[in-house]
Design a protein around this ligand. Structure first.
Ligand code: MN
Length: 739
């Protein structure tokens, strides 16, 4: 092959489009004559204005606005946005006054083009000043915050420039790639425009870290080649099963983007083989209910990996993303992620905000309404806009710091189970979240459930997490160690105040009694009686060793575990007496996790029956099984109706702490949209976790029966849950199941 004079491929090697191509896309969704005429006019106008201009890569300049418009048309934007895309460089590059745009295309288009021109002019700004970068970014944000359409056109413009970046010097390539990752991809991410975000990230990486990019690309290609057969057979099997169940679906495979793999490998320290969701199967179906049905079927067929199930349908991400995610082990032992969503969810997952505002025929577009709508849907956008307004006055550096601290980094948006957004600084924990909800919730917090899994209060929360706080009125309240866990100053202040109040109110005598009891308890566990124990600790050597004066001071100190009773015992070389272990293990109401007491019997294995799932508060009986100890059933469980002599009286213990017990229930309802979401939302609002949901819809009478396992602490809690569920529209019965 002979060498060519121009090594640069036309249009960066991407398919070259004509205006006719753009038109064939937008004609599928724009039908009104005025709109069509405006786009056509914008094209002819831009073509004339850019006539005689060429891009660095050699093609006529008009190719760039055409490609920008092609990207926009695929997002199904309206005629004004398409026209703005075609005209976006006219004012800047051809010296056309903005008023001419206004006269020809109206105020809306002129405003968008004007904002884009201002952003574009930053290129020409004086680049020696220290703050130039911050100043540029500030202006970009200010320009874009005015109108979401400006953002979308600017993103399309940047995407095409990245595709054709090969024509620029390596220095400019790196600068543009870096700016893209600093400014534009975070915005695309927040707006949920995934297709643009991931392509821009991959292209930027290609110029910033060419070696790593190629390395990952090679790993990815190899994995795809290795797994092709396995993936195809998994898809085929899932397709067969879904087909048998008569569920509507289509399937796709999705490959993780190079940039997300790069992040996992180089910013989070994973190895390529650690990343489980490199290849995913995506099942796209019709309704939300179908999604859960398909999930149930897949989990019944393949072993799911615990902790990897995420329900973004009930709890969407802040950028509106919805889908069910689960990880399964396929028949051949490979791990795959499976994503399940409806067509509409898929559209929003790919193009985010653009899907939401895609042009709808016959509806009058109202920019103000769109802006309002955007702000209520995306909380971060409101912050973005208000920071932008403030920033208009201050200096650029401070503005950028505020913006990146308050909007892009520092703000973590965490959801309550009901979907309310709680705004927290970066690094904030579940404990901060608890105090943000209410002081009382914070003071009584005993644990958290983050994204459906139990988590300690020191769990650091991320944007999109769904957090609920487990409380207990007799939890004992904040501990000094909480000051380390809390990150927000308001939570710390509450904790400090609580601790001060308690210190004041707890009189010395109480502390002495408490410490004495704790000390004696430890000795008792080791087989020492009270007198014997006191004789040992009432010892000058003990006091002086711990810097104390007398026995009372020792007790008082033990009350706050300084020293802990175990340290005192260790100092005295106290050894457990033979046989004392049993005493510790069978202090039945304290150390025994077993919630049920068997009358007159100790030291027996007790378990709760899976058939009737009893919970505290239920009338119960114990069934003496062969070899499995005593199995506790509900008194009315048919499985023990004829057991007669094998039944023994049992009762619930009084202080059961905060344990929850599984109960299998079925909810009957008339089918309606969002039913399942409302049910799960209602249960979450009562801090009731849910598992193993399966829903069946009767085609004949449009009724749903939804079975699930709920986790409750008592029969009272379950009754309350039932009356709440019965209050939901469409729900007509709730029953406990006996298998
Ligand atoms: Mn441009």
């Amino acid at each position: 092959m002979e060498a060519t004079d121009n090594p640069l491929p036309i249009n960066g090697g991407y398919p070259v489009h004509t205006f006719a191509d753009v038109k064939s896309v937008y004609l599928t969704y724009i039908g009104d004559e005025k709109g069509k005429a405006m786009v056509e006019k914008a094209y002819l106008y831009a073509k004339k204005k850019h006539d005689g201009q060429f891009r660095k890569s050699g093609e006529p300049y008009i190719q760039h606005p055409i490609e920008v418009a092609y990207i926009l048309a695929n997002l199904q934007v309206g005629p004004e946005t398409l026209a703005s895309g075609l005209l976006h460089d006219v004012v800047e590059d051809t010296g056309t006054p903005i008023d001419e745009i206004k006269d020809n295309f109206g105020e809306d288009v002129a405003k968008i083009v004007n904002a884009l021109t201002k952003i574009q002019r930053l290129k020409l700004s004086h680049r020696k000043e220290v703050d130039f970068e911050a100043e540029d970014h500030r202006k970009i944000f200010l320009g874009m915050a005015q109108d979401v359409r400006v953002i979308i056109v600017k993103l399309a413009d940047r995407l095409h420039n990245l595709r054709t970046l090969g024509a620029l010097s390596p220095e400019r390539q790196k600068a543009i790639a870096k700016e893209t990752l600093d400014v534009f991809t975070p915005i695309a991410h927040r707006l949920g425009i995934y297709t643009m975000q991931s392509e821009m990230e991959d292209l930027s990486l290609k110029y910033l870290e060419p070696e790593k990019y190629q390395e990952i690309l090679a790993l990815l290609n190899k994995k795809m080649a290795d797994r092709q057969k396995s993936l195809e057979s998994l898809k085929k099997r899932i397709a067969n099963i879904l087909y048998e169940h008569g569920l509507p679906f289509r399937m796709e495979s999705r490959v993780k983007s190079i940039y997300s793999i790069y992040r996992k490998m180089y910013l989070k320290g994973h190895t390529f083989d650690d990343i489980h969701d490199v290849l995913a199967v995506r099942v796209i179906t019709k309704t939300e209910l179908n999604c859960y049905e398909i999930l149930g079927i897949i989990h019944a067929t393949y072993k799911p990996i615990p902790g990897r199930f995420k329900d973004y349908i009930a709890m969407p991400k802040p950028n509106m993303y919805q889908s069910l995610h689960t990880c399964i082990v396929s028949g051949d032992g490979n791990v795959y992620e499976v994503q399940i969503r409806t067509e509409e969810m898929d559209r929003i997952a790919e193009t985010g905000i653009a899907a939401h505002w895609r042009y709808k025929e016959g509806e009058h577009y109202n920019a103000k309404e769109e802006q309002r709508d955007i702000e209520s849907k995306l909380h971060w956008f409101r912050d973005f806009v208000s920071v932008s307004h403030e920033g208009a006055k201050g200096d650029a550096k401070r503005f950028m710091d505020a913006l990146s601290n308050d909007v892009f980094n520092a703000n973590v948006y965490v959801f309550t189970p009901l979907g309310k957004v709680i705004n927290l600084p970066t690094g904030a924990t579940a404990l901060d979240f608890a105090y943000k909800i209410h002081t009382k919730v914070g003071d009584q917090a005993v644990g958290a459930v983050v994204n459906g899994a139990m988590a300690p209060l020191n769990t650091v929360l991320k944007t999109g997490d769904i957090c609920e706080i487990r409380t207990n009125a007799v939890s004992g309240g904040p501990k000094p160690s909480w000051l380390e866990i809390a990150k927000t100053s308001s939570a710390k202040a509450h904790i400090r105040r609580f601790l001060q109040r308690r210190r004041g109110s707890e009189v010395k005598e109480e502390r002495i009694a408490k410490g004495k009891a704790a000390l004696l308890e430890s000795f008792k566990a080791a087989g020492y009686g009270e007198e014997e124990a006191i004789k040992l600790v009432d010892n000058e050597k003990v006091y002086s060793n711990f810097g104390l004066k007398d026995l009372d001071e020792l007790y008082e100190a033990c009350a706050v575990k300084n020293p802990a009773p175990s340290s005192v015992m260790a100092f005295l070389h106290v050894k457990r007496k033979p046989g004392s272990y049993k005493v510790l293990g069978h202090n039945p109401d304290k150390d025994d996790k077993n919630p049920v007491r068997v009358e007159g019997v100790t030291n027996v294995a007790v378990s709760l029956a899976r058939c009737c799932t009893p919970v505290p508060g239920d009338h119960i009986v114990g069934y003496v099984s062969k070899g499995k100890g005593i199995i506790v059933h509900r008194a009315n469980c048919p499985n023990v109706k004829d057991a007669g002599k094998r039944l023994v009286p049992v009762s619930w213990k009084e202080d059961l702490g905060i344990s929850v017990y599984p109960v299998d229930i079925t909810i009957y309802a008339n089918d309606r949209p969002n039913l399942l979401g409302d049910i799960i939302g209602a249960l979450s609002s009562k801090s009731i976790s849910v598992n193993d949901i399966s829903a069946h819809i009767s085609e004949s009478d449009r009724t749903d029966s939804i079975s699930m396992t709920v986790y409750v602490a008592s029969s009272k809690m379950l009754e309350d849950a039932f009356s709440m569920l019965l209050g939901l529209k469409g729900v007509y019965d709730c029953v406990r199941i006996i298998h």
